[in-house]
Design a protein around this ligand. Sequence first.
Ligand SMILES: Cc1cc2nc3c(=O)[nH]c(=O)nc-3n(C[C@H](O)[C@H](O)[C@H](O)COP(=O)(O)OP(=O)(O)OC[C@H]3O[C@@H](n4cnc5c(N)ncnc54)[C@H](O)[C@@H]3O)c2cc1C
Length: 381
Amino acid sequence: MHDPIHLTEDLRLIRDQLRRFVAEAVVPHGEAWEANGMVPREVLREMGALGFLSMRHPEEHGGSGLGAMASLILAEELGRSTFGGFSATVLVHTDMASPHLVRYGNPAQKAKYLPAICRGEIITAVAVTEPGAGSDVAGLATRAVRDGEDYVLNGTKIFITNGVHGDLFFVAARTDPNVKGSRGISIFMVEKGAPGFSVGRRLDKHGWRCSDTAELVFTDCRVARANLLGDENRGFYAIMDNFQNERLVLSGMAVGEAGKALEITLSYLKERQAFGATLWDKQGIRQRLAMLSAQVEATRQLAYHVAWLDSEGQDCVAEVSMLKAMSAEVANRVLYDCVQFHGGMGYMRESTIERMSRDARILPIGGGATEVMLEEVAKRL
Ligand SMILES: Cc1cc2nc3c(=O)[nH]c(=O)nc-3n(C[C@H](O)[C@H](O)[C@H](O)COP(=O)(O)OP(=O)(O)OC[C@H]3O[C@@H](n4cnc5c(N)ncnc54)[C@H](O)[C@@H]3O)c2cc1C
């Protein structure tokens, strides 16, 4: 397929470097990471050294200062690795957690954490979801009460990516209990090992096996006032702001996974014999694959359009929500059929397509469920 119209020569070079890195440093080891339930720290440090963890981050703190298009390229190439858990580990750090600091941190906070974040020495996580509040972020109940120069946090977070191995957590907590809903929420940076902060259960998942997911518990956890991020009680708006980028990269990852799954399936179909010919010779199968390719390509072009709108500073909440809903559905449709076309082999744990189909299932749930995305679109129609 042709490259999207807005892809510059520099971005193409970054994409090629990423593709090489994924082929050499990820694909040969991904199965072992899946079995261990984590991506080794050295891999993240290597990505940091190559500049892949800080493409969006400011140059003065060790980043490359690139725009949304770079994030999308990163997400698509990681998606093409076929290891969704690896993609999630990296993208939560680069595009879902640490951007909170880039956008809302003061100079001292940025100077303290950003260089090590860019190098992959500090791994970040974002902790919004709670047992009683997922899609409905405004319903979160974790409390943060001011006490002298500290805040004291109490509450539980759930489903937190990089929860076990993360070093710095962007935690949403309610600072004003007198106002309901979206107002009265703030974001705190909590370091691993802070008194009163513990990792609860490590959660066992259907897919994304090499991404660690945990419950986090805050029991009278003291956080210095200096670690309040942005203005008190304005955290909900920061979360909503950052959701746009989060949804763009989740979509990029979905597009990468779907495109790669089609390539893998095409090779299989051209080899596999049945009824005296290859499966690719069956018109029904190849037309279905052609239609799925069209859907992936259309979604990919929408993703690049959204990244371009974002880099132009345009409001693209409607488009990004359309994209998130569409890419998750398309990826699952593709993976369902790819399993089907692989026959029994597609159901075996040893098959890449089997793993990819498990990994894809989270896409219409996490980072904004499809129904929630469609509500965002409907509101703007
Ligand atoms: C593997 C994994 C990793 C995650 N990583 C993180 C992380 O790093 N940080 C973090 O904060 N969170 C994380 N999450 C949480 C994730 O974002 C939430 O699971 C998601 O937002 C949905 O919330 P919920 O699970 O509470 O489902 P609920 O809000 O209970 O919704 C359940 C279902 O109801 C439907 N639904 C919800 N709202 C509507 C509506 N308005 N209209 C119609 N239908 C609706 C949808 O089908 C939805 O899937 C992760 C989750 C998983 C599974």
